[in-house]
Design a protein around this ligand. Structure first.
Ligand SMILES: Cc1ncc(COP(=O)(O)O)c(C=O)c1O
Length: 428
């Protein structure tokens, strides 16, 4: 049976089973059946270089992770009302790696870990007000989903305020650069905090993805993050670093907050932690976490389990033993350098940014307007050549490159050849 028939049938079955409206990537959806390392394979056996997925951070189907998962499940898996060393050891290891936290609350998704962070901040400060950025995404449940993407979602939590996300490409006040631009964004933060205080909500926390991943990975005006942290503390609030995308070596350093130079009070981690097994964490000082535990009696059946712990430890083992953070720094810098060399050769690239193995290539049309159609065409063209990327950013015009941490220099070279081919086809 020709593959196209099989794919169409599966799409129809999917719509019937899931209800129509569950999004698929690409103009022609990809039917994947297997993954290994930085590669995934479709139903016809075609290999694609995965340059999108941050969850299988140590590579798809890493044998060490698979073995840990199988061994633990075959030995013991219970909820966390029993003593078990696994999750304790994982918490100890995580806080040691973070360097800014003492205790951990495990959970089963980034959304849940963010929600726990917000609750921790409210309990610690006795205030309700939360500041976030206006084009972010921190999760999908009613509260977190309603809190974020404020500009897009319309009415939200009355205790939330969204500020313009800091960026140099399209500055909030045209013409401003450097410190003056940083000051302009910091003023927005102050205004939001003042507004929350005046409204009676008070100010509990500023939550921010350390590298503004969902905002499109903009270059952040100099010193914004450390200075924002000072302002937040001066106003009596806590700084929450959402490291769901930025953490676990993605930037070529362990944590995004190290890459952009601030020390958060609460650190949220998720996606790569379990390499596919649902695992999230919210870490903070002992006082903040114990205040949360006392007030909420938080429990999740599947969190802090021996299975989560075994897999979480295996992921950390692989990252350390295979030197993946250094790999990210090395390959990421080389890839960015090679792409920067190409920037001047194609007017459509207005910006190229990012750090480590998380890069964004922003595309515009001949009039300089954001070109989402071009970004999508590039994404689909690369897929046809066997490379999986995506498009992102507030205008959907940023080609987003975010491979598993095992992505190699050879993969980068192959991608650059494919990129050149797709660009040549677009330019005719
Ligand atoms: C920065 C950030 N925080 C939190 C989340 C939510 O994570 P999850 O989908 O595991 O709930 C996401 C998901 O994309 C994210 O990008």
């Amino acid at each position: 049976m020709p593959q196209s028939v099989t794919t169409d049938d599966l799409i129809r079955r999917r719509d019937r089973a899931f209800g129509a409206g569950a999004r698929l990537f690409y103009d022609r959806p990809l039917h994947l059946v297997r993954g290994e390392g930085a590669y995934v394979f479709d139903v016809d056996g075609r290999r694609y270089v995965d340059m999108y997925n941050n969850v299988p951070c140590v590579g798809h189907a890493h044998p060490r992770v698979v073995e840990a998962m199988a061994r633990q499940q075959a030995t013991l898996n219970t909820h966390n009302r029993y003593l078990h060393e696994g999750a304790i050891a994982l918490a100890e290891r995580l806080t040691a790696l973070q360097g800014v936290t003492e205790c951990v609350v495990f959970s089963c998704s980034g959304t849940e870990a963010v929600e726990n962070a917000l609750r921790m901040a409210r309990i610690a400060t006795g205030a309700r007000g939360i500041v976030c950025t206006d084009a972010t995404y921190h999760g999908s449940n009613a509260w977190v989903g309603g809190l974020t993407r404020v500009g897009e979602a319309g009415p939200v939590d009355r205790d939330a305020r969204a500020i313009a996300f800091p960026q140099t490409l399209r500055p909030i006040t045209p013409g401003l650069t450097g410190e003056a631009l940083t000051d302009a964004y910091l003023d927005r933060l102050d205004d939001a905090i003042d507004d929350l205080k005046a409204s009676g909500s008070g100010f509990a926390a500023f939550i921010v993805c350390s590298i503004l991943a969902n905002e499109g990975l903009p270059d952040i005006p100099p010193g914004f993050m450390p200075r924002a942290t000072q302002r937040v503390h001066a106003a009596g609030g806590l700084m929450i670093a959402d490291e769901v995308q930025a953490g676990y070596g993605r930037t070529g350093q362990w944590w995004g907050y190290d890459a952009v130079g601030f020390r958060p009070d609460i650190v949220v981690t998720g996606k790569p932690m379990g390499a596919g097994l649902p695992l999230g964490a919210t870490a903070a000082s002992r006082a903040v976490v114990e205040g949360f535990r006392a007030e909420t009696r938080y429990f999740n059946t599947f969190a802090s389990s021996p299975l989560q712990a075994a897999v979480g430890m295996a992921v950390l083992d692989v990252i350390e033993q295979e030197g993946l953070v250094a790999n990210v720094a090395r390959v990421g810098a080389a890839l960015k350098g090679a792409l920067l060399n190409r920037r001047g050769r194609w007017d459509a690239i207005i910006d190229l940014r990012g750090v480590g193995l998380f890069l964004g290539i922003e595309l515009v049309d001949a009039t300089g307007e954001p070109d989402a159609a071009l970004a999508f065409a590039i994404v689909c063209g690369l897929r046809d050549k066997g490379f999986l990327v995506s498009n992102a950013g507030i205008f959907n015009n940023v080609v987003k490159i975010r491979p598993p941490l095992v992505f190699s220099m050879a993969d980068a070279d192959a991608f650059l050849a494919a990129w050149d081919g797709v660009v040549a086809e677009r330019r005719g």
